[in-house]
Design a protein around this ligand. Sequence first.
Ligand code: SF4
Length: 367
Amino acid sequence: MRGIAAVPSYVVMQPTTLCNLDCVYCYLPLRAADRRMPVPVAEAVAASVRPWAASGRFSVVWHGGEPLAAGRDHLAALLAPFGPGVEHHVQTNATLIDDAWCGFFAEHGIRVSVSVDGPRDRNGERVTRGGRPAYDRILAGVAALRRHGLPFSALAVVSRPEPGLATELYDYFLELGCDVLGINIEETEGVNTRTNARDAAAVTGFWAELVGAWRRDPRIHLREVEWSLRYAGAVLAGAADDLLPRRLDPIPTVAHDGSVVVLSPELAGFTDPHYGDFSSGNVLTTPLAEILAGAGRTPWVREFLTGVEACRSSCPYFGFCGGGHAANRYFELGRFDGTETEHCRNSKIRLLEGVLEHARDHESPAA
Ligand code: SF4
């Protein structure tokens, strides 16, 4: 895997910067402001996306802020230019989902992913602007999805990973009814400056327990665990080099104003005296395809690619990780050409160690 691909597998769109919640660990800098994406931004992105979608599966992920805070009429106007052949997804806090939104999702074929951190007492940091727990409103949104028979994914932030928690979480999500689950260990990112340094054994134990919980009842596609097991299987088969893509997926994030940040959506909306605003261009003046073709020349991206090469030559986990995320390097190390971060320790290294710990503890010795 070297360099950045010119064609992404998906695009992240920010229909509004606004979020109606104010979660304690949120990284978004503009979540109190309602800066909406004008329709010409969506039209410009769609012009580049159409040929990509014509030659294979292509997704647009509507992220925020809270994308539903843009309202159905505005979101419909932003969706319209993409036409058929593009899969749409929303990442939502679910608090605004009602019957009318469910009808909207069904009408537009939108796949929903809900942010929820587990049972009520694990959601204390997901709060309204007034500081009140959002849990009941989240569950009301999930209930609406279930009432309408709409499948949904879930994304959980885990702030204190430790043994004893993983089984509780996994059982909760089985009961909730999601068919895909992603687990994000809280990250030091954006305006969230809380440390994410964690005890190594506790994090490894958390992942090991999660593997065990999933193996007992693997009804949910558990993103991190399935990827780890695929990697472990490829290592055993001598095919680990084939797993990573040949080039990094650029994952363009198109902000409300049309500016494009590649590789890490979390960098959108930030500026730095040295790196500027991290954008590689704006779709209102340059086609997205052209921006991506030149993204590797953006100074911070070049620095990041140097860091990926440093990972490749120094880290035994590179074949699994591929060099980590740009935003974690920037927000933890203040630069892009470093290597190990707390994020990669928590979410890559200890994840893989947890899978191995589970295997050591549960596989019967060879005869
Ligand atoms: S685990 Fe960390 S140090 Fe290793 S390749 Fe990934 S980002 Fe780099």
